[in-house]
Write a protein that binds this ligand. Sequence first.
Ligand SMILES: NC(=O)c1ccc[n+]([C@@H]2O[C@H](COP(=O)([O-])OP(=O)(O)OC[C@H]3O[C@@H](n4cnc5c(N)ncnc54)[C@H](O)[C@@H]3O)[C@@H](O)[C@H]2O)c1
Length: 326
Amino acid sequence: MSSWSASAPTHKLSPMPDLSGKVAIVTGAGRGIGRSHALALAQAGARVVVNDLGAGIAGEGVDPGPAEQVVEEIRAAGGEASTNGENVADFAGAERLVQQAVEEFGRLDILVNNAGILRDRMLVNMTEDEWDAVIAVHLKGHFAPTRHAAAYWRERSKAGEEVRGRIVNTASPSGVFGNVGQANYGAAKAGIAGFTIIVAQELHRYGVTVNCLAPNARTRMTEETFQMDAPPEGFDPLDPANVSAVVVALCADEAQAITGQVFHVWGGAVNALRGWSAGELFAADEGWEPDTLLAELVARFPDGASPPGMLAGMQSAGGRSLQAAD
Ligand SMILES: NC(=O)c1ccc[n+]([C@@H]2O[C@H](COP(=O)([O-])OP(=O)(O)OC[C@H]3O[C@@H](n4cnc5c(N)ncnc54)[C@H](O)[C@@H]3O)[C@@H](O)[C@H]2O)c1
């Protein structure tokens, strides 16, 4: 085990999976959920590359300060870490990020894709730039580091090494259940869930698992929209540490056979979600004519059919509204 001694999250794992000897990259780890992942992985013994652009909530600006602070916290507690300021949506920058882990710490075992931004707007008012920026940081920002890490692991595997690679992606309840005002963000997050399922299948042969989170936590991203004060005492379901416990568990060697899953996390409720499933079957042996299909649709959906929305989805998955009153 590592010689970790700080006040980083400790309450969930007993005994903590031992990740000593492993090297992790966490993107967007200067703040919020990513910071918590970096601290938790370091606490479990991993050496961590703390990537963060230091951007504002909408992706504006650059500041090395938040990543440096997290590295200081890890080092002060006896862990090993280094900063990286690359933009995860920059393909060459993502390659440099992977190279940094390998050059500084000798290997790469874990990639947590977490960096993200928000540019919420109702669809009818959404600008091209609001769409492009959010899709870039989230969707390409998952693809680019994953692509370069995967090439590294394939090479290790082909060289005869036993690889136990880990990728943990970050979707959102907005992406898997659908949230009004977030067509850009939700589409990117749903894309990340789909990306997870495909990449899990592709990288299985190299010994790499690929899972995904749909987290809920109190960070600047959610504080801006929701009232969500921490309870004065006792368990805090929106502490980002609850999400990091899932990451550390998935990174353990014992989780080698768990892949392609999307986990909704609300406090201590962790759901392995079932996404698109077979649903309602409309079968016609000789194919449908539009009029007979229409009649069948109306008959089978007498009250119509429409998405229930994010809160209903979250509630069915053990979560709650982020509104403090609920
Ligand atoms: N907080 C929640 O409840 C919640 C819910 C669902 C999903 N998420 C997702 O979790 C992840 C973390 O969110 P958070 O709530 O901690 O937000 P946050 O704003 O506190 O942290 C995000 C971090 O990502 C960094 N970042 C932004 N763009 C970057 C880029 N291009 N390259 C590198 N770093 C970049 C920012 O500088 C910031 O430090 C995001 O993907 C977010 O969409 C959060």
